[in-house]
Design a protein around this ligand. Structure first.
Ligand SMILES: *[C@@H]1O[C@H](CO)[C@@H](O)[C@H](O)[C@H]1NC(C)=O
Length: 185
């Protein structure tokens, strides 16, 4: 192999090494998440998605919200409120835990995965995979107990989006809680 042929191989090795390092920097699935502490009302302050048309036009965007409840062992009830192009909409989902993994699903409703990537119970990052086999979209949600976030909190969200190659889709939502408050408990 001449030097000219070696270069692409080295480059590939470098890309793989950096890629796996990023994976390792990512928070592990929260196996020891305390779901009682994670339960309750969350504002969704920012979103990053590779789904087409996930967010409405700029002038229609508002804060989202999620209400998380333990339904029964291994089941979560999750309500989402989002402003779409049709206006404020809420959806209720019952999600089941996937065996021993810290991921919840509802295949019938097209939720291929709901997992908490990281949380300190006052804010957190949630990954939601929507769609069915082979055709899923990825959306990351920045959860916060309060309607605003510190710069560092937001930076952490953006860092995770970058590691998962979703940074180009990061959108910070305008501070209008009128849709979010429709699902206040
Ligand atoms: C955010 O929350 C604070 C404290 O609860 C409240 O005073 C403020 O009006 C809220 N802002 C919005 C935009 O909802």
């Amino acid at each position: 192999m001449g030097p000219g042929q070696l270069w692409p191989v080295l480059l590939l090795a470098l890309v793989l090494a950096v890629g796996s390092q990023l994976q390792e920097q990512l928070p592990r699935e929260s196996h020891n998440l305390n779901w009682n502490k994670f339960s309750g009302f969350w504002y969704i302050l920012a979103v990053a998605s590779d789904a087409q048309g996930f967010l409405p036009g700029r002038d229609k965007r508002k804060l989202g919200a999620s209400l998380v409840q333990i339904h029964r062992a291994g089941q979560l009830k999750v309500v989402f409120a989002f402003t779409r192009s049709q206006g404020c909409q809420s959806h209720t989902l019952i999600l089941r835990k996937d065996g021993k993994k810290a991921v919840f699903r509802n295949a019938l409703k097209g939720v291929a995965g709901f997992r908490v990537l990281t949380t300190d119970y006052s804010s957190g990052v949630v990954a939601v995979h929507l769609g069915r086999a082979g055709r899923t979209s990825r959306t990351l949600l920045f959860f916060s107990r309060q309607n605003t976030s510190s710069f560092l909190g937001l930076k952490k969200f953006v860092d995770i989006c970058e590691a998962l190659e979703l940074a180009r889709g990061v959108t910070v939502l305008p501070k209008d809680a009128s849709c979010a408050h429709t699902i206040l408990p």
